[in-house]
Design a protein around this ligand. Structure first.
Ligand code: ADP
Length: 646
């Protein structure tokens, strides 16, 4: 195998440039990243070894090893995990910029001065490249499990790297850092106590030992261990394990310190921030398992990527089995990060088996219940915090209303909506509690923008009655509604669909009569309008929704809403052509004038113009375009000229 020099992919070049040239407030996290990679590599090997047993060398136990050479200023991190082939190194370390790389470089270049805070690095998971915060040259020697050939990769972080053959007695990976001189008050990463403190702080619960060879002065002892009097202390070298490896999840919740949860969260998520909420379960009885679940404070940018998987890890009796375990968490809770460890499952459990294992299903069910209860308690007791949670993860959680019928009851109480009542978002329960006497239904409208929706003509009569309307602006809401036809025995009703009398049952006889009389009076005009606009609308009728506006369009009870229609069209789907109903307000001056003109002269040339304008106006107020925007513009201009000449 020849040694060759290759260029980094452009995005990685930019990233490395920033790694080398920015000032970091916590450069020591490079070690956490390398230990994390090492631990992942051992996880991967153990996972593969379940089916390829020959991959595990006899008697070799998993280990992450730190070695230092203070004179040469070298620190190396070795593992006996899966290692990488030459192709994998080229891909993983030189070519594939992870999804967050661009966002990271952008975020960094936007910053003005000052040290880069660690959450920036954590958030985007720049991993291995963080080595260049502290080293001016990095070597990586690796040998993939099951192969004989090792590879050496080397770079000073400027634009290119070399790759060639190497020797490595066993599979695994060693990352060799040629450290820069520590600055004035910088940390020296070749010192035992520095390394000890960093490992303790960031990687204590890594499930494999992180070891370092240390030097100690010891007084020689006799065979039975007593110090020999007068003997000079001798320098002894021995290997020590720096991390406790205590799986935090197997401790009782009461024994774990907040600090420990925090570090574990960092380790698990690479997110430097604090988790919004931590849920620790020690389950006993039918199925025994321990779990720690974290709700992050922010939704990662990848949350809505189609291939985003669950972020749960599964352990069996403290042995890592798999991460991204979808069998443990439904997709609508994919933002939850955590670990489950069960003593009841078999160490040889395969992916296939996971899907059908009754105990796994039961654990999943319990975890979901636990999480939903946690959210409910947060909503009840810590509204502000719940609002943060909702803002970040509400749209994802709502998917559950559609996909998880079993949890619908619980989920519907967690939903928040904007409403015409103004102020904060409201729950359905709170909405119902505010319903005035005589209101029988829960009203809502869907659309894109809260402010525009709140002013929609469809709501006029409802508002006049003092009936609140929920303003649903999230595209997912359309799906939510399919699973939510009523709440607390009160039907949910769209203010923009179907025929309804807002007055409800308490509409007095007089009001009813008045409406019927208006319909009668307007009948000839409406019939004529219907004929004029026949190509565009299904029907023209007198509205009971409008008080101020002259006109609006409504859908039939089971038709798509205009917002949904636009959404489907935008995503390139074919939407069946279907006409809507135009409703007019008989109390509006415009309609009264039109009626008078029509009665006077049904072939008045102004009338067809007005008919078209009425329809276009209705379209505009709901956020759609006029039938023919150019024609609409001309018509308005003509009328303006006429009005101005008067
Ligand atoms: P991340 O670990 O977040 O995926 P890194 O940049 O740290 O990102 O690493 C990129 C990839 O390189 C890893 O996903 C892994 O496939 C590979 N890799 C890094 N370190 C090791 C290691 N010690 N052993 C095996 N593979 C590794």
């Amino acid at each position: 195998m020849t040694t060759e020099t290759r260029e980094f992919q452009t995005e990685i070049k930019q990233l490395l440039h920033l790694m080398i040239n920015s000032l970091y407030s916590h450069p020591e996290i490079f070690l956490r990243e390398l230990i994390s990679n090492a631990s992942d590599a051992i996880d991967k090997l153990r996972f593969r070894a379940q089916t390829e047993q020959h991959l595990l060398a006899d008697g070799e136990e998993p280990e992450i090893r730190l070695d230092v050479d203070p004179e040469k200023r070298i620190l190396s991190v070795s593992d006996n995990g899966v290692g990488m082939t030459r192709e994998e190194v080229v891909e993983q370390i030189g070519t594939i910029a992870k999804s967050g790389t661009r966002q990271f470089t952008e975020a960094l270049s936007r910053r003005e001065g000052g040290a880069v805070p660690p959450e920036l690095i954590g958030q985007f998971g720049v991993g291995f490249y963080s080595s260049f915060m502290v080293a001016d040259r990095v070597e990586l020697v690796t040998r993939a499990a099951g192969t004989d050939a090792a590879v050496r990769w080397e770079s000073d972080g400027s634009g290119s790297y070399t790759i060639g053959a190497a020797e490595r007695p066993r599979p695994g990976t060693t990352v060799i850092l040629h450290l820069r001189e520590p600055g004035e008050d910088g940390q020296d990463f070749t010192r035992e106590w520095t390394l000890r403190a960093i490992v303790k702080k960031y990687s204590d619960f890594v499930t494999y030992p992180v070891r370092l060879e240390v030097e100690r002065e010891e007084t020689p002892t006799t065979a039975d261990g007593k110090p020999i009097e007068g003997a000079k202390p001798e320098k002894k070298r021995r290997v020590e394990t720096l991390n406790s490896m205590k799986p935090l999840w197997n401790k009782r919740a009461a024994e774990v310190k907040a600090e420990e949860y925090r570090e574990f969260y960092h380790h698990l998520s690479h997110d430097w921030g604090e988790p919004l909420e931590t849920v620790h379960v020690n389950a006993e009885g039918m199925t025994e398992y321990n779990a720690i679940m974290f709700i992050p404070a922010r939704a990662g940018f990848e949350l809505f990527m189609p291939d985003r998987k669950s972020a749960m890890q599964l352990y069996v009796k403290r042995v890592f089995i798999t991460d991204n375990c979808e069998e443990l968490m439904p997709p609508y809770l994919r933002f939850v990060r955590g670990v489950v460890d069960s003593a009841d499952l078999s160490l040889n459990i395969s992916r296939e088996m996971l899907q059908h294992d009754r105990r796994v299903l039961l654990i999943k069910k319990n975890l979901v219940k636990k999480l939903l209860d946690t959210f409910a308690a947060m909503l009840e007791q810590e509204r502000e915090k719940y609002l943060t949670f909702w803002e970040q993860f509400g749209p994802v959680l709502k998917e559950g209303m559609h996909y998880d019928a079993e949890q619908r009851e619980k989920l519907q109480d967690l939903l928040l909506f904007a409403s015409t009542a103004g102020g904060d978002l409201t729950t359905l329960k709170e909405y119902v509690a505010r319903m005035p006497e005589g209101q029988k239904e829960i009203y809502y409208v869907t659309g894109e923008e809260r402010a525009a929706l709140a002013r929609a003509p469809h709501l006029e009569a409802l508002k006049a009655k003092g009936f609140e309307v929920l303003l649903m602006t999230d595209p997912v809401d359309e799906w939510v509604l399919q699973g939510l036809t009523s709440y607390d025995e009160k039907p949910l009703k769209s203010a923009a669909k179907g025929d309804f009398s807002v007055a409800g049952e308490d509409e007095g006889e007089d009001a009813k009569k008045e409406r019927e009389a208006a319909s009668e009076r307007f009948k000839p005009l409406l019939k004529w309008l219907g004929e004029q606009l026949g190509g565009q609308v299904k029907e023209v009728r007198v509205s009971s929704r409008l008080t101020d506006s002259p006109v609006c369009l409504v859908a039939d009870e089971y038709d798509l809403s205009p917002a949904m229609e636009r959404l489907l069209k935008a995503s390139g789907q074919e939407v069946p052509e279907r006409k809507r109903i135009m409703e007019v307000n008989p109390g509006h001056d415009l309609l009264q004038l039109l009626r008078a003109r029509y009665v006077d002269n049904p072939s008045d040339p102004l009338l067809p113009e007005y008919a078209r304008l009425l329809l276009d106006q209705a379209l505009l107020t709901e956020g759609s375009s006029p039938v023919d925007p150019v024609e609409f513009g001309r018509r308005v201009a003509r009328l303006m000229v006429e009005a101005a000449q008067r």
